[in-house]
Ligand binder design. Structure first.
Ligand SMILES: Nc1ncnc2c1ncn2[C@@H]1O[C@H](COP(=O)(O)OP(=O)(O)O)[C@@H](O)[C@H]1O
Ligand SMILES: CC(=O)N[C@@H](CCC(=O)OP(=O)(O)O)C(=O)O
Length: 255
């Protein structure tokens, strides 16, 4: 088991629910538990795209990001959603600062698949900006934008937030990775919550289509992280106190 930070991924699906996540994050920081926040915001981006009459399309849980979609997702993830979360943690007594994977080349990517457009697949994590914030007692809040290094400027890319969280957890040698989402855990074909999910069962459920959509990158990122000794769990982030009652909650993913 690693001894590093505690990575908390806030799903866009839970933003706006009246949970206690921000106060709990501030309390974790005060207790020395070193939280690092990664957030999504897919639903918010889809709302802005719809207002601009740009349809949203997903493949295996990843947003197809063409040249019309890219500026909107950058504005929503790096701007609106990131600063709302920073402001909420600050108001809860924490000190937070926002950044994305494009800042200081925190998350270097390559293009994942030409069919997905400007979607990044992480190839390297440069953790220095996270470590600098943690050393200053500041909670990093990381939005799901990455960069493909290049001239005359790095290419900004959209990266699934679950994938960002898994890669950052792996690179930082995190102790724990928790996904806060809008279901009580991973469910089986009968709709029952699976308290403990191992790699073999996870792959079978993905192949069978029982795990689908946005749950695929979550489960795959958990498997990546647990293979490196990180404890990874998917829990219902809409519940008040979710981060204070992790034992036995949701789905614990095991290697
Ligand atoms: N087997 C499954 N168990 C639970 N949820 C699943 C499963 N397969 C697909 N899902 C879907 O995954 C969703 C959570 O992923 P997503 O919408 O991307 O949330 P977030 O914004 O938290 O990342 C759930 O609301 C559910 O609709
Ligand atoms: C490539 C890709 O799929 N990017 C995601 C990034 C946001 C995200 O992952 O948000 P949630 O965690 O709220 O689902 C998207 O554009 O929706």
């Amino acid at each position: 088991m690693s001894s590093g930070p505690f990575i908390i991924k806030i799903g866009g699906s839970t933003l706006g629910s009246t949970d206690t996540t921000y106060a709990d994050i501030a309390a974790l920081a005060a207790a020395g538990d070193v939280p690092v926040v990664v957030h999504g915001g897919g639903a918010e981006a889809s709302r802005w795209l719809e207002a601009m009459q740009i349809p949203s399309r997903f493949e295996r849980g990843l947003r197809v990001t063409d040249e019309r979609v890219l500026p909107v997702v950058v504005a929503v993830f790096a701007g609106l959603v990131n600063k709302r979360i920073v402001a909420a943690i600050d108001a809860a007594g924490g000190r937070a600062a926002g950044l994305t994977g494009a800042d200081a080349r925190l998350l270097e990517c390559r293009l994942a698949d030409p069919a997905l457009g400007f979607v990044g697949e992480p190839v390297a994590v440069n953790a220095a900006p996270i470590e600098a914030l943690l050393a200053a007692g500041i909670i990093p809040v990381i939005g799901p934008i990455g960069c493909v290094p290049g001239e005359p400027a790095d290419q900004l890319v959209n990266v699934n937030a679950d994938v960002v969280a898994g890669n950052i957890a792996a690179a930082l040698g995190a102790r724990r990775l928790v996904y806060l989402t809008d279901v009580d855990g991973v469910r089986d074909a009968a709709g029952q919550r699976i308290p403990v999910l191992d790699a073999e069962q996870a792959r079978a459920l993905i192949a069978a289509g029982t795990i689908s959509g946005g749950m695929i990158p979550k489960v795959e990122s958990c498997l990546h992280a647990v293979s490196l000794g990180v404890e990874a769990q998917i829990v219902d982030g809409r519940q008040p106190g979710a981060l204070r009652a992790l034992d036995g909650a949701g789905t614990l993913v095991t290697p």
